[in-house]
Design a protein around this ligand. Structure first.
Ligand code: SDX
Length: 430
């Protein structure tokens, strides 16, 4: 990695700051010594111009709409691979050989069951608890059940914890769904592939045989690939920051799930579907476009816009194609929500406001329509996002833990509060 320097001049004092170049993408100005040299901090709330870490895992070019996992374009991975292959790639940096893939699939499959006392853990929740609340709690609780894989200084324990979370997220997600609809939990079956196993755990009932629809399983597996990782997004940054304190991996992933829940982030797929339902029919779209453009109205078009993509989110294109595939397979000829979504996209992409602010559909715009058609309630949409993103969070967490220069993350601030003042007794406060 070649490097040169940049000069910063403040109050007639100049400091030389190293510039580091990556393999592709923007270079960075290393400001780690800035405070020591100038007594000043940089200021970047929302981190719009801040690289918080170096990473080799995922690359995004927001202007060109490019997304690479370990250098491989997302459309090629989604087209040719499966989710567990993507998991292997994100974790280990290379596509697996046939033997490596078989071994990885075998190991993940044999970690899919959860400690049976987790069943009792679930019964503590109200039936109408949001499944994301259950996921935050149950993933965090895994550290209580699997205390033998919480020592982050032990690479073997880190690997076991990673396999356990990748393997158990579908089981916990399916349990959260079953619990919410009052149906019995369905145990995983080892002869099924990862995503077919998940579909069966969600939709099988003891009263009859469940047959996995291979088209739906393939579509959902592709959706998991699209959601697997995404550079230093809010929830990944949360996992990294939690991990920097030495917290156990289960607690870190639980923190990531909590952050993903927000409607500005992973919660947008649930919010986007609710928005499409609220709009209801294409003739009401102009009213909502106007609301989205109204500065005094907090309403935003959910599933539109992105901090990094100032072009079409490459995942949204694949998502849109998958939506049509699933609706065709299910014989859903005209889905009113899809009609609204397609019309809304066409109107928005021609609208001044959206063009000028470079707002395009993101991954969450079409995913809700697909997942609803598959039979998932909206409350499960972000759970599925968390299920898929777990491998990305783990890969990024592992990269941070294995970085010898890693230190606890501790940002500073611009203080604009009161200057020092003396205590006033309650009698003197008037
Ligand atoms: C995900 O970071 C990731 O990689 C996330 C993710 C991943 O895989 O991890 O890609 C997953 O979170 C996708 C994004 C899902 N969220 C939504 O769809 C919610 C709706 N979108 C917005 O809230 C917003 O676009 C964000 C949160 C996604 C991005 O916010 P930014 O980058 O902070 O942009 P901003 O809020 O500063 O908006 C810039 C301008 C503003 O107008 P001005 O104040 O400049 O006049 O664009 C406007 C915003 O008001 N704007 C929108 C809008 N999004 C931004 N106006 C209407 N509708 C929208 N959706």
């Amino acid at each position: 990695m070649s490097s040169n320097t940049s000069t910063l001049t403040v109050d007639n004092k100049s400091v030389e700051l190293p510039v580091k170049e990556g393999t592709i993408g923007p270079s960075v100005i290393d400001i780690s010594k800035l405070y020591a040299q100038t007594g000043m901090f940089t200021y970047d709330p929302g981190f719009t111009s801040t690289a918080a870490t170096e990473s080799k895992i995922t690359y995004i070019d927001g202007d060109k709409g490019i997304l690479l996992y370990r250098g491989y374009p997302i459309d090629q991975l989604a087209e040719h691979g499966d989710f567990l292959e993507t998991c292997y790639l994100l974790l280990y940096g290379e596509l697996p050989t046939a033997a490596q893939k078989a071994d990885f699939d075998y190991r993940v499959t044999r970690h899919t069951m959860v400690h049976d006392q987790m069943n009792r853990f679930f019964t503590g929740f109200r039936r109408d608890a949001h499944p994301m609340a259950i996921m935050v709690a149950s993933v965090g609780a895994l550290s209580a059940f699997y205390h033998d894989s919480t020592d982050i200084s032990d690479p073997h324990q880190r690997m076991i914890a990673s396999m356990r979370m990748i393997a158990k997220m579908p089981t916990l997600a399916a349990m959260a769904y079953k619990y919410s609809i009052g149906q019995p939990f369905v145990y995983p079956q080892n002869e099924l592939d990862y995503t077919s196993n998940f579909l069966r755990m969600c939709f099988a009932v003891p009263a009859e045989e469940y047959k996995v629809n291979p088209v739906l399983s393939r579509a959902l597996d592709r959706i998991f690939i699209l959601h697997a990782d995404h550079e230093q997004n809010a929830s990944t940054s949360t996992v990294r920051l939690a991990g920097s304190s030495g917290a156990n991996p289960f607690a870190c992933i639980a923190a990531g799930i909590a952050c993903l829940w927000g409607p500005a982030h992973g919660g947008a797929n649930e919010a986007a579907l609710k928005m499409l339902e609220e709009i209801g029919t294409p003739d009401r779209i102009p009213e909502y476009i106007a609301k989205a453009k109204d500065k005094n109205d907090p309403f935003r078009l959910m599933g539109f816009g992105h901090r990094v993509y100032k072009n079409y989110d490459p995942r949204a294109r694949i998502m849109q194609k998958t939506t049509h595939e699933v609706l065709n397979e299910l014989g859903i000829k005209d889905d009113p929500l899809l009609d609204v979504a397609v019309e809304l996209e066409q109107i928005a992409l021609k609208d001044e406001y959206f063009i000028e602010k470079k707002l395009y559909p993101n991954i969450d715009f079409y995913s809700g329509i697909t997942l609803k058609a598959m039979g998932f309630p909206t409350s499960m949409f972000t759970v599925l996002f968390a299920l898929a993103r777990t491998v990305g969070w783990i890969a990024q967490w592992s990269e941070m833990i294995e970085d010898p220069s890693q230190r606890i993350g501790r940002p500073r601030q611009l203080y604009t509060g009161e200057r020092e003042r003396d205590y006033v007794t309650v009698a003197q406060r008037g």
